[in-house]
Design a protein around this ligand. Structure first.
Ligand code: 5AD
Ligand code: SF4
Length: 439
């Protein structure tokens, strides 16, 4: 076929995607997907036969990096002739730091290039792949997720340079998208059926559009009638302004949930990590939020086994976690990352010790979640219904990020359902208490 005789009918290539890592990656995969569908590609699930496979990977830890490469090998087996593209942070570390191998990828494309993949493929193989959609600024946004929750990137990059973190290397300095552009994207997502919008960024609290901050963005998004709920993804304590907490306390749409990375409950470790707060400041900020929003769901990230983390330092973390009502704990074993300050530190903690500390904190996290959920018994909360199972029970999530199971109703997907909690099962809220078993 001659290049100029291309026709979208003939050229209907197939593409698959695999996303690993954070919500920002998920938000970006949605945009990348829209670029491909806009150019005429058909999307199939990852692991199926395909012409092009995009692995949108993660490099935050060694494990995430290995998972990204595993996904790559999976596709290679399922589609030996496919063009496999490795992109996102692991592509960036490979290109920039040249510390790791590109492995089995046909193309390793950094952060900037990932938003122009159809154009690149067309340039490389004009007879095989169609040109991109000409209007590249506003690609069609298609519902690619099974949930009613859409992740929207509002900000990218971070320059905090915590000692353990590759993000400043892989995502560069902070950049925010203008409010009108975000509002337009959210409007399209809401019109195509998404009810809950999660605002995401690499360092969300750094959001700024000509002097307008995150709270102004939240207000603008809330004004869209079809948006039922807004959620903030992870936000740094030093950037969480009281204004946003005050707004959360009174807003009908902004979920009562904050995910604020703690990383460690030991002042010495926080200092070596290069974090910008100490334990007392962290506690104060959380107390302010809990006073304003008593039913607040609280999530956090913790790194265990950071270089120099002694047993007493770890116990300081355990104590702080116990003291604060965290309902969602993400515990990471410290992972050495090339190009970060912490990689050069002495006193690395043995793997077995890290493993045990992860276990202790994860167990604590599960218990605290159950306690937090049990606190809702007798209270009325609202769930956004995601699906109804065969037995007729409706499943959804509350604003505080607790799972809800509501039986004996005719609720449907997409409904906002207030219900009174009668019973909890390991952090799950139920509107019915099971009858006691007969003896
Ligand atoms: N090792 C382990 N965990 C890490 N995180 C970031 N870098 C590392 C690392 N080198 C965790 C932090 C951060 C979350 C997204 O990933 O807890 O908040
Ligand atoms: Fe990484 Fe620290 Fe920036 Fe978070 S604030 S992305 S942990 S450097």
């Amino acid at each position: 076929m001659r290049d100029c005789l291309y026709s979208v009918d003939i050229m209907n290539p197939i593409v698959s995607f695999k996303t690993i890592g954070c919500r920002l990656n998920q938000a970006e995969t949605a945009t990348i997907t829209a670029h491909f569908t806009g150019a005429g590609y058909r999307v199939v699930p990852h692991g199926e036969a395909t012409d092009v496979a995009v692995i949108h990977g993660c490099a935050i830890t060694g494990k995430a990096d290995r998972d990204s490469l595993r996904a790559l090998r999976q596709v290679r087996r399922a589609a030996p002739d496919a063009i496999i593209i490795l992109t996102g942070c692991p592509a960036e570390t490979r290109l920039k730091l040249q510390t790791e191998k590109g492995d089995d990828a046909d193309l390793v494309i950094g952060q900037a290039g990932k938003f122009a993949l159809p154009a690149l493929l067309h340039r490389l193989h004009p007879s095989r792949f169609p040109p991109p959609l000409q209007i590249t600024e506003n690609p069609p946004v298609l519902p690619v997720f099974e949930t009613l929750r859409a992740f929207v990137k509002v900000q990218d990059g971070c320059d905090f340079r915590c000692a353990y973190c590759v993000v400043p290397e892989t995502r560069g300095s902070p950049v925010s998208r203008p409010i009108p552009e975000i509002v337009e994207e959210v409007r399209r997502l809401a019109d195509s059926g998404f009810k809950e919008i999660v605002l995401t960024g690499a360092n969300l609290g750094c959001y700024e559009d000509n002097g307008r901050r995150l709270v102004d963005l939240v207000r603008a998004v809330e004004a869209i009638p079809a948006v039922a709920r807004i959620r903030l993804s992870s936000i740094e304590i030093t950037t969480t302004e009281n204004l946003i907490i005050d707004h959360m306390a009174t807003s009908g749409k902004l979920c009562h949930f904050l995910h604020i990375p703690l990383q460690s409950g030991d002042d010495g470790i926080l200092k070596t990590m290069g974090r910008r707060y100490d334990v007392a400041t962290f506690r104060q900020a959380i107390d302010y939020a809990l006073n304003k929003i008593p039913d607040l769901g609280l999530g956090t990230d913790i790194i265990v086994g950071f270089p120099g983390e002694s047993q007493p330092a770890f116990e300081n973390t355990v104590r702080l976690v116990r003291d604060l009502p965290f309902s969602n704990l993400h515990v990471f074993p410290y992972s050495r990352r090339a190009g970060t300050r912490a990689d050069g530190l002495a006193d690395q903690v043995p793997a077995a010790v890290k493993k045990e500390r992860v276990r202790i904190l994860r167990e604590l996290g599960t218990r605290q979640r159950a306690v937090f959920a049990a606190g809702f018994i007798g209270k009325t909360v609202e769930a956004l219904i995601e699906h109804v199972d065969k037995a007729g029970a409706a499943h959804g999530w509350t604003g505080q990020y607790l799972e809800a199971v509501i039986s004996g109703t005719s609720l449907r997907r997409g409904d906002r359902a207030p219900f009174t909690v009668a019973h909890t099962v390991e952090g799950q809220l139920h509107n019915f208490k099971p009858f006691p078993a007969r003896m």
